[in-house]
Design a protein around this ligand. Structure first.
Ligand code: GLU
Length: 461
């Protein structure tokens, strides 16, 4: 094959883009790109009932967000109907397909009889040699080769074959004049000059049929790669139970597109033990790695690990920009930057930042009474009073000086960190959990810390 590599991803717009589809698309895209080729997007929208423009829009939006940039304009399969029918006519004229007028009742009966005898249902080729003319009740059937086998060398699974006897004379055009899936795919793949088809392994059985149609049309067969499906951590088919399903939901959860792409790339592909791949590196190295032929399993925990890695390395300006739709607190100022530094590694998702940083930007919410009763004991209130006095007298307000004060109070009152740090933390953050309390106080600033300590003391005394 001297032609330039041309890959494609061909979703049916009958739903939003899910993890499995996005992973397959990424592999198709990366494979083409790593071989210096192009990758096209084809929307297989021939099912008029189930295909919706809103799904097409959402699929395209998800790819834009992920940064998977398909070449050329998307192709809408429904617009190619005349070409599909033209090729069906060509096949009939060449004696590779024929008109069939078998009624649905006859076919139903045939199927039942075959099943009763324990055979796999298959069209009995009644009309194959009858040379029927086209009529309102005829379908076009493909003359599948009667013997031999169909085989192809799959990039993921190696050599696969099936005996032609297993395959039906499948319908290419229905009696209402609509072309069927296998014909549409082959004709579009030919017209789009597709050289590489990477798709889910649920299509392997279609591939055998499609290879025969390519051959009947005298066209070169693309190179195929069927990637196994993605399973949930429990080994069952991936579903909602295993984490959000569609790409747009991950976006809403606050997953970074870079992290999701990196994770998707590792769902069924590997290059040594490396986990973190920048996008450019993936494009360069995808061909050097290995697409696995065993199902990959999805883990939300692992995805969050990737997200945290990317969050921790993200440039502050970019992070503040990304956070803008999740949390309105951050500005491009020194205070925001200090808060970010302090809480960044406590957040797995962009949506965690608001909750984690609220007390830096807003007045404290009412302290949980259970936490208050447990923490603000009479001894703790005495400690807070001493701390308040020491803090007010501190010359400089840094995490070191604050830490030194806390330690001095601990020593002189012979108390542990819990007895001093916990009431202080609850008073200044309103929570039992926060980053180290000395650092938190330093970022909050002396005025706010003192004000909140006084408030806690006034309420309780
Ligand atoms: N439209 C098919 C699907 O969404 C894919 C067809 C193909 O890749 O050939 O499963």
């Amino acid at each position: 094959m001297n032609q330039k590599v041309m890959g494609r991803f061909a979703p049916s717009p009958t739903g939003t883009l899910h993890i499995g589809g996005a992973r397959t698309a990424l592999f198709a895209w990366l494979y083409s790109k790593s071989l210096g080729g192009k990758c096209l997007l084809r929307l297989e929208d021939t099912d008029k009932e189930r295909s919706k423009q809103k799904y097409t829009n959402s699929i395209i939006e998800s790819f834009n967000w992920l940064g998977i940039d398909f070449d050329e304009e998307p192709v809408y399969q429904s617009k190619n109907k005349n070409r599909h029918l033209e090729k069906a006519t060509q096949l009939v004229e060449d004696g590779q397909a024929y008109f069939c007028d078998c009624s649905t009742e006859r076919l139903q009966k045939l199927r039942e009889e075959q099943q009763k005898k324990g055979f796999k249902p298959k069209y009995d080729e009644k009309c194959r040699e009858l040379n029927l003319k086209q009529a309102t009740n005829t379908v076009v059937r493909f003359k599948n080769p009667g013997r031999g086998k169909v085989s192809f060398n799959d990039i993921v699974r190696g050599e696969i074959e099936v005996s032609n006897e297993e395959l039906d004379d499948l319908i290419l055009v229905r009696s209402d004049g609509t072309p069927t899936y296998n014909l549409c795919v082959v004709v579009d793949d030919i017209d789009m000059n597709i050289t590489h088809v990477i798709r889910g392994d649920d299509h392997v059985n279609n591939t055998f049929r499609q290879v025969n149609i390519f051959e009947a049309l005298g066209e070169e067969i693309p190179i195929y790669g069927h990637v196994p499906m993605i399973l949930g951590g429990d080994g069952k088919r991936m579903s909602k139970r295993h984490g959000a399903a569609s790409i747009s939901e991950y976006k809403e959860m606050g997953v970074l597109p870079q992290a999701l792409l990196n994770y998707l790339s590792r769902l069924g592909w590997s290059l040594g033990d490396q986990e973190i791949f920048q996008f450019e590196e993936l494009i360069e190295k995808f061909k050097d790695g290995r697409m696995n032929n065993a199902p990959a399993s999805f883990s939300l925990e692992k995805l969050l690990w990737f997200n945290k890695e990317y969050l921790s390395k993200m440039d502050e300006k970019e992070l503040i920009g990304r956070l803008s739709s999740f949390c309105g607190y951050f500005q491009k100022d020194d205070y925001s930057s200090k808060v970010l530094d302090l809480i960044k590694d406590r957040c797995n998702l962009l949506s965690d930042f608001e909750q984690e940083t609220k007390y830096f930007f807003e007045d404290l919410e009412a302290i949980d009474s259970k936490d208050a009763n447990k923490t603000f004991t009479p001894e703790a209130m005495d400690v807070l009073k001493i701390l308040l006095r020491e803090f007010s007298a501190l010359e400089d307000w840094t995490s070191e000086s604050i830490n030194h004060t806390i330690e001095t109070v601990m020593e002189s009152a012979n108390l542990g960190m819990g007895q001093v740090g916990k009431p202080l933390r609850l008073a200044v953050t309103g929570r039992m959990n926060s980053p180290p309390v000395d650092k938190t106080c330093a970022v909050l600033g002396r005025d706010k810390v003192i004000e909140r300590m006084e408030e806690a003391l006034n309420k309780l005394l």
